[in-house]
Design a protein around this ligand. Structure first.
Ligand code: NDP
Length: 402
């Protein structure tokens, strides 16, 4: 297996195409398709080896079926938006191709992402002898794999997981999002949620915050938000009592978001404007910088990882597993910023695992259900080294008490 089709030529999709083009020993044939052909052609020019490109509207299953029939990929890497997950999965089933993505499905008219739409594909993928790997970016993705590694190697039982995501970079724009603006703003403005003692607890958006000490960055104010890997990790990590997800947002980001929300610009229901129906958030997306355009002057680092507490050999144990990624280095290597780099490189690594047979199975899988060790070896080689540190007594004090 060595033939891949990438769908989506945005910020993260372009990282996937460029990285695959640097690994021709694994990826012999690479085809990139997206809604806007000119974006594919631009990425094609920036690739270190030849790839082919074409236009596709992945909202139309029939178009994706035709594309898969023409390209005959072993694996389709979905780097478009969550809205296209089901149409692309349907096409993979219809023609016979493995599937991998980085974000779970959400319907356009309701900002509620969940695996409840993709998990039911399990039997159909199994019956066809195909594999679908869900959520193989950084978070979800590497974050889940850190937890699987910890479960195998560092703990007898993991009791609490805090996934901690800091972007300490600066892109120099008044307001911009680091991945697709529509998906980002839908995620951040929905109600927060975490899981404790077998129950989901809902909170008002951004209503819980605490200081988290991020490796190589330092203490930063972080907000509790709901994130999709929590839904699968509560099923797949034994003995878990609590899982939460934290993300940093600058005061400037929150100020802009507040104003945009207050004036109705983040609404996702249709509004009549000059006799035309528009969705305010989609209009806002058209005004904001594309995440792929932020790389040039981006400085600073991302620091993302998992803080895990539990028991090992009958004694309390606590570890942090993390990666630090530098925006400027990503820009030099791939003309990308660190958020799209940390999303695209794990997707490429997951694709390598499938093509090399290091991840195998029939059906739909979340990444923590697959062997973490070969993935972690390869993702470090591909540019995202990871580190494990035991937490000193009293470390991450605020997080432990909030
Ligand atoms: P971008 O908006 O930069 O890219 C999305 C791309 O998908 C665009 O090129 C867009 O085309 C294309 N696209 C949209 N709709 C269609 C369609 N119907 N048919 C074909 N192509 C389409 O977003 P990002 O690259 O920042 O994000 C990509 C994905 O990565 C998202 O699903 C996001 O949620 C996920 N993500 C995951 C992370 C993780 O760690 N797991 C972190 C960050 C992002 P056009 O250019 O024409 O608009």
């Amino acid at each position: 297996m060595d033939n891949i089709l990438i769908i989506g030529a945005g910020a993260a999709g372009s990282v996937v195409a460029k990285k695959c083009a640097m690994n021709r020993d694994v990826f012999k044939k690479i085809h990139l398709a997206s809604r806007t052909l000119s974006k594919c052609e631009q990425v094609q020019k920036e690739c270190k080896s030849d790839i082919t490109v074409s236009q596709v509207d992945a909202d139309e299953t029939a178009q994706v079926v035709k594309l898969i029939e023409a390209q005959k990929p072993d694996l389709v890497i979905n780097m478009a938006l969550p809205y296209q997950d089901l149409t692309i999965m349907d096409a993979c089933l219809a023609v016979g191709a493995h599937y991998l993505d980085t974000a779970n499905y959400e319907p356009k008219d309701e900002a509620k992402f969940s695996y409840k739409w993709q998990w039911p594909y399990h039997d159909r993928f199994r019956e066809k002898g195909l594999m679908a790997v869900l959520g193989c970016g950084f978070d979800p993705g590497v974050s889940n794999i850190y937890c699987a590694y910890a479960q195998n190697n560092l703990f007898d039982e993991i009791h609490t997981i805090d996934i901690v995501d800091c972007n300490d970079g600066s892109h120099g724009k008044a307001f911009a999002t680091n991945f697709n603006p529509e998906i980002n703003i839908r995620e951040v403005t929905q109600r927060g949620r975490y899981w404790k003692a077998g129950q989901w607890i809902e909170i008002d958006p951004l209503s819980i915050a605490c200081m988290i000490d991020y490796p190589q960055v330092g203490p930063r104010k972080s907000y509790l938000i709901y994130h999709e890997e929590e839904e699968s990790l509560v099923k797949n990590i034994r003995g878990l009592k609590q899982i939460r997800f934290w993300m940093t947002f600058s005061d400037n980001y929150i100020k802009h978001l507040d104003v945009l929300q207050n004036v109705g610009m983040t609404r996702i229901d249709p509004v009549m404007f000059n006799g035309v129906e528009i969705i305010p958030l989609q209009f806002l997306k058209a005004l904001l910088p594309e995440p792929s355009s932020l790389a040039a002057n981006y400085t600073g680092k991302t620091s993302i990882g998992c803080i895990l507490r539990g028991v090992k050999n009958g004694k309390p144990a606590a570890h942090i597993i993390y990666n630090v990624c530098d925006h400027a280095e990503c820009s030099r290597e791939l003309n990308a910023q660190a958020v799209s780099y940390t999303t695209g490189v794990p997707a490429v690594t997951g694709a390598m695992m499938i093509l090399k047979g290091l991840w195998s199975g029939k059906g739909v899988f979340n990444v923590e259900q697959l062997p973490p060790e070969p993935f972690l070896d390869e993702v470090a080689r591909q540019g995202l080294p990871w580190h494990v540190e035991a937490l000193a007594e009293g470390a991450q004090k605020e997080l432990a008490t909030v």
